[in-house]
Design a protein around this ligand. Structure first.
Ligand SMILES: [Zn+2]
Length: 455
């Protein structure tokens, strides 16, 4: 594109992290603003860019350091509206970028106060000097700027001119020009230094702000943590309180129950004692009454027995008297005719046979008839070769074979036992006992030799 030498070309240079990354003509930037061309490298961020005016020497003549935001799709914020041309026109001077001091608008040097927040400060650090980078990018002219050739006006001196006067005039003018140039250079340098100081101050302010912001965030985070801990603590304290109250309540409940049961137990015990006492009293009375009744009954029956006994003994004495009389009569009868009769009967071949348990059939000779008749059992005992008492005990066992031992209560044991058929083989205290009582008796005998000897 051909531009008149007197005109200035317009372009935009983008910076990313302090480095110039892309440059474009103003018309291209307008396409970006119209969201025709997206810039994906700046999606979801705010880009630093510089609006520059370039003269025919391909030097920067004006620069405006502005910011522009992009959405997630890399499209420029449609509300973006910074009056770049107006800012450039109204700006103060900045550093010399080849064709004298440029017009400069940045955060630290802004002619429109409302726009300051939309501008940024170039870095004047020698390592990443923004102006040096800008100058290099523009000088490379990748934008392909072409300006028309400048018409150089020829200066011709008049022919008739005083040489000395001219030299003096020239010398004087150069002197003035030099002084003027020097002054403007000095002023320019001072301006540059001021700008540098301003940008450094701004940087410091920014870093201070960042630090303050970070500190505030830290403080906020700590405060939040403290608040959270406090609330946690409160919750725990409340829970603790609730638990304490629960424990106290349960303790009271347990205490109450304990008291209730103790009271109940006490009343039960006293009830029990009274009821036992009354039962004991009742039982005592009942027992006494029973004992009295039983005693009366027994007394009655004893009396009856006494009467019976008296009556029996009277009867017995009467019977004894009768028996004695009859025996005497019998003896006299036997003495008179019996022996003769018995002798003649024996002579006739008759014999007298009697049966007795244990002794079997006994043939009683005539001479023993008298003794036999006097006591048949004694006769049988003598026949067996045992005493009368032994024979009677055996006979009792023979008729009723039961255990004759007494139990601890004093009753007769009465257990059935084997019948001993032979009075000679019959041992009192052994053959008339059941197995249980036999053993105890045997033991008693073995322990006490005296009783064995006596038996
Ligand atoms: Zn027994």
């Amino acid at each position: 594109m051909l531009t008149a030498s007197s005109e200035l070309a317009e372009a935009v240079v983008f910076f990313n992290q302090g480095q110039a990354t892309r440059e474009m003509l103003w018309s291209e930037f307008e396409a970006i603003l119209d969201a025709v061309v997206p810039m994906m490298e700046f999606a979801n961020s705010t880009a630093h860019a510089v609006y520059v005016r370039i003269n025919s020497k391909i030097d920067v003549a004006a620069a405006v350091f502005f910011s522009i935001s992009y959405d997630a799709d890399g499209r420029a914020d449609n509300r973006w509206n910074i009056p770049l041309q107006q800012l450039a026109d109204s700006s103060a001077r900045g550093p010399d970028m080849g064709s004298g001091p440029i017009l400069l608008a940045c955060y630290s040097q802004c002619s429109i106060a409302a726009q300051q927040k939309n501008l940024w400060d170039p870095s004047m650090d020698p390592k990443i000097n923004t102006f040096a980078q800008l100058r290099k990018v523009i000088a490379s002219n990748r934008l392909g700027l072409v300006f028309e050739a400048e018409e150089v006006a020829a200066i011709s001196a008049p022919a008739d001119f005083d040489t000395t006067g001219l030299q003096q005039e020239i010398s004087k003018r150069y002197q003035q020009k030099f002084e003027q140039e020097l002054r403007s250079r000095m002023a320019q340098m001072m301006k540059e230094q001021r700008l540098r100081i301003a940008t450094l101050t701004h940087q410091n302010e920014e870093s201070t702000q960042v630090l303050q912001h970070n500190n505030l965030q830290c403080v906020d985070a700590l405060r939040l943590q403290i608040e959270q801990r406090d609330s946690c603590l409160k919750v725990l304290e409340q829970r603790n309180q609730v638990l304490k109250e629960t424990i106290v309540g349960q303790n009271e409940k347990i205490q109450g129950q304990r008291e209730y049961f103790e009271h109940k137990l006490e009343s039960r015990e006293s009830d029990g004692q009274t009821s036992i006492k009354s039962m004991q009293d009742d039982y005592k009375l009942e027992l006494e009454a029973k004992v009295l009744a039983a005693t009366a009954e027994l007394k009655d029956s004893l009396q009856m027995r006494d009467f019976e006994l008296i009556y029996r003994s009277e009867q017995e004495s009467v019977l004894r008297e009768e028996l004695t009389t009859i025996q005497a009569e019998n003896q006299s009868l036997i003495a008179n005719n019996g022996s003769d009769l018995l002798g003649s009967l024996s002579d006739a071949g008759l014999s007298f046979v009697a049966y007795h348990p244990g002794a079997g059939h006994i043939t009683v000779p005539v001479k023993d008839i008298k003794r036999y008749m006097a006591s048949k059992q004694l006769y049988a005992a003598e026949t067996c070769g045992v005493t009368m008492g032994h024979y009677q005990q055996w006979l009792s066992h023979y008729h009723r074979p039961v255990c004759a031992a007494l139990t601890s209560k004093g009753d007769l044991c009465g257990a059935r036992i084997a019948k001993n058929m032979d009075p000679r083989e019959f041992h009192v205290g052994d053959d008339d006992r059941c197995a249980g009582h036999q053993t105890s008796v045997s033991r008693a005998f073995s322990l006490d030799g005296q009783s064995l000897k006596e038996c």
